[in-house]
Design a protein around this ligand. Sequence first.
Ligand SMILES: [Zn+2]
Length: 119
Amino acid sequence: MAWKEIGNRQDAIKFWQAGAVGLFDRKNSICPLCEKQSVRFYAHHFSSDSSAIWSWCQHCKLWTVASNMKLWGEFDDPFSNAEISQYECLQQPSWIDRLDELWEAGTLPQYGRRIHKPV
Ligand SMILES: [Zn+2]
């Protein structure tokens, strides 16, 4: 079964939130759609003010990405030194395959901590 991008914005937001909770709070967030598996996630800082977080459910085969946003947090990143082109990878189901393999291999999940937004 191929990965399918979530089309419904409300569902996509629930997935982003579940991914962020996993990343920063180290809690498994059950998939809001199937309630069978935890939402998996991968986050990357492209620059100081541009981040992305991919979230997917291995059971539903659904995924989404929130990009061009600022994730206020620090986390380890297996691709921190890699060239990830936003344009090439962001919307590619094959990228989710790659991330899911890393999850199965134990390279993911990443864990991080929130940092406070400067006032
Ligand atoms: Zn699911």
